[in-house]
Write a new protein. Structure first.
Length: 482
């Protein structure tokens, strides 16, 4: 097997990293391109091409969908670790994503929304869990290029996140929502083609089933999975899962899944004492991550509503599409991710520990919310674009301190028998935070902006300070992993 550590043809990183962030680039193009117009599609009235759903219900749906994407990483990770291996799950998950976008593009009304979002959530969850885990297999645990490699991987992802909302938003504005959704499907098809050509280069751990499920237990898994689908469908048809509370349902499911997963890993006989201590160390950072994402993911709920109703989007007499605001963050990511990668590489062993990076990311995210306060009280369309751009810059700095570092950490702390599933645990924190962003958004209104942004921002700052205070004990629990 080729020693990937000796390959330095992709910005000093293993060459195969390029193919992995290529498929993620196109998956993110389709994901963020669709999500950039999803909320306004739900609450815009029919005369503007939308479905006319109540705004609070619409934000709950978006939060539930976003949380479900990351909740589905548990399913994708389990399939990778127990049945098929990461590489195969990645490929077939990408097919599900494309089919979901086609449903949104071709099926009108709520039926298209339901079918499309379910397929995209399941597919994107599988892509995210496995792609990240495969990147982790390219490095040894003590390889100091690791965080830099994940930052570059993040850069590739954000190229898609930048272009997606720009093109789908423009097409939606000029031709209609379904054309925008159709473009997202085309983007995912391009990603599938690119990945199909290069997937043979992924060997070894990328195709390995880490903890194979005994064949005798597989029929039971099929029965349980079918039962879950039947129960959820029955509850939905009976009206017992109202759309207005979908995000809260996903919050509860994420908490239950996280507790169950931590318990499963910690009590497993396949986890040794050192690995168990590292999992314990991950718990406070899981909590901080969930708090971070509950604020950060409001870019797709509160910030979208804010951009639609409060932001001055006039550019020399032309009104900028609402979705274009969501391309501001990827621009900063593209500019700054290389800077952060260079900083971590330059510092080497002198760089801050992961708990300190997590604490800093949480604090900075809280500060970003506090920066909304000076603009409270301005009328409709009175918030300058430059002001919101500055706030999103702070969002980005917080993201780069926590998100790629969190992905890297989940692979470094993962017990051998739970490699992909540990990545899924990190994404469970994102699921919890994203679903919470939909629930919290129902409390937002223009009349209560000071309380909304002030309280949430202050809570995040306090949580970050607590994590900073316990960073040294956490580092000791991590057993040499930085």
């Amino acid at each position: 097997m080729t020693d990937l550590r000796q390959e330095r043809t992709f910005f000093g990183q293993p060459r195969v990293l390029a193919n992995l962030f290529g498929v993620e680039l196109w998956e993110r193009f389709s994901f963020y391109g669709m999500q950039g117009i999803l909320l306004i599609y739900l609450y815009y009235e029919a005369s503007r091409g939308g479905l006319g759903i109540n705004q609070d219900t619409a934000t709950s749906i978006v939060g539930a969908y976003g949380g479900s994407v990351y909740l589905a990483t548990v399913v994708g990770a389990w399939l990778a670790d127990r049945l098929f291996g990461p590489e195969r799950v990645l490929f077939f998950s990408a097919i599900l994503v494309m089919c979901g976008h086609l449903c949104l593009a071709l099926i009108p009304g709520l039926a298209g929304v339901a079918a499309g979002l379910i397929l995209i959530a399941l597919g994107s969850g599988g892509v995210k869990a496995t792609a990240t885990a495969i990147v982790g297999t390219l490095y040894e645990p003590d390889d100091e290029r690791r965080d830099a490699g994940f930052s570059l991987f993040y850069l590739g992802i954000n190229l898609g996140a930048l272009v997606g909302p720009l093109l789908t938003g423009l097409l939606q504005k000029e031709e209609g929502f379904h054309w925008g959704f159709g473009l997202a499907a085309v983007g995912m098809a391009i990603g599938l083609l690119q990945y199909s050509i290069g997937r043979r280069g992924l060997t070894g751990k990328a195709r390995e089933v880490a903890n194979p499920l005994p064949r005798a237990r597989r029929p039971w898994i099929i029965v349980v999975a079918a039962a879950v689908v039947v129960v959820v469908a029955a509850l939905a048809f009976a009206g017992l899962i109202p759309a207005a509370h979908l995000s809260t349902v996903v919050v509860v499911l994420s908490i239950v899944a996280a507790i169950a997963y931590f318990g499963l890993i910690i009590t497993s006989s396949k986890v040794d004492a050192t690995e168990r201590r590292r999992v314990y160390a991950f718990i406070p950072m899981f909590i901080a991550s969930a708090a971070f994402w509950s604020l950060y993911q409001q870019q797709f709920t509160v910030v979208t509503v804010y951009s639609d109703k409060r932001l001055d989007r006039d550019l020399f007499g032309w009104t900028m599409p609402v979705s274009w605001v969501q391309s501001i963050n990827p621009v900063f990511i593209i500019v700054l991710s290389g800077v952060f990668a260079a900083i971590w590489s330059w510092l080497g062993r002198r760089q801050p520990s992961t708990p300190v990076k997590f604490a800093a990311g949480t604090i900075v995210m809280g500060v970003a919310f506090l920066l909304f306060l000076p603009f409270s009280g301005t009328g409709p369309g009175g918030v300058p674009l430059l002001g919101l751009t500055g706030i999103i810059l702070v969002f980005t700095i917080a993201e780069l301190l926590l998100s790629p570092v969190g992905l890297s950490l989940s692979t470094k702390l993962a017990p051998k028998a739970f490699q992909t599933q540990m990545v899924a645990l990190f994404f469970l924190s994102v699921a919890l935070g994203t679903a919470m962003s939909g629930t919290l958004a129902t409390y937002y209104s223009e009349d209560h902006e000071v309380a909304y942004f002030g309280i949430l921002g202050a809570i995040a700052v306090v949580l970050g300070l607590i994590l900073l205070a316990i960073s040294r004990p956490l580092s000791r629990l991590m057993g040499g992993v930085r």
